[in-house]
Design a protein around this ligand. Sequence first.
Ligand SMILES: [Ca+2]
Ligand SMILES: [Ca+2]
Ligand SMILES: [Ca+2]
Length: 282
Amino acid sequence: MKTFLSRNTGALRVFFIAVALQPSVPTPAMGYVLDWGVESWTAGNTTGTLMDVQSSGFDIKISITGDLEFSGTSPSIQASKFPGAALELAMDWDDDFDRPPPVIGDQVNILIEFLATGTTDAIQVQNVSYSIYDVDFSNSGGSNFRDMLIGFRGIDDVDMDADIAPTLSNVGAGATNTITNGGPSIGLPRAVGNATNTDSLSPGNVDITFGVTDTITSIDFNYLPGSVVGNDPTQQWIGIGNLSFTPVPETGTDLALCVFAFGAITVSQCHRRKRRSATPAL
Ligand SMILES: [Ca+2]
Ligand SMILES: [Ca+2]
Ligand SMILES: [Ca+2]
């Protein structure tokens, strides 16, 4: 056997290289959902990591920064307040968006990162979509606020691509918000409340959808009080709903090269190298 192997090492290497260089064949990838109905979040925490979501191998880390003027024990999971279970951000800001300079209005940034589970390594996903509930407005009955969400984007920290703008949609004619899918005057997409919504009903919904093959390692947007009468809005809130994502499909070439190189590098190195060099699968 030793003699056979030693005589045929060269031939075996050529065989494996030939296999490795076969055209790439995308391997169908399974999608996953961050489901607030089953996840947990310590009420009041402004940062949290949802570990190994649906046994996907992905952690989802959520960080809220900026003017953290939360109301009550928010942020917290609300199971039935909205059309679906959601992470509620209830705010009681005191400076609205249109407050004249030099005062800068209050706002928070919500950053959602995809990480290889148990690590701080950014990892790419595709086909990302989620909903935000109760984007609305009120200026009556002592309730005075406007929900304003701006700067929706996807970020790819692996390939270092330019920011990706998602497509926003609402319920149409009955919506309590106005969406604008980006443009010269405003940049990235935004959604602004323009009428009162009942929390549990869908007219306040905004659906955020990235392209099926857009590779993304994190997403973010800013939440702020849009213009209302006066500079001290009352309480206002939104709910961040379930979030769907799909791992970047592995290709035949990637897998073969990893098998060929198995003796030299570890599986995790192989995994990471593959993701850094991956081209979007069609
Ligand atoms: Ca403030
Ligand atoms: Ca206030
Ligand atoms: Ca609201």
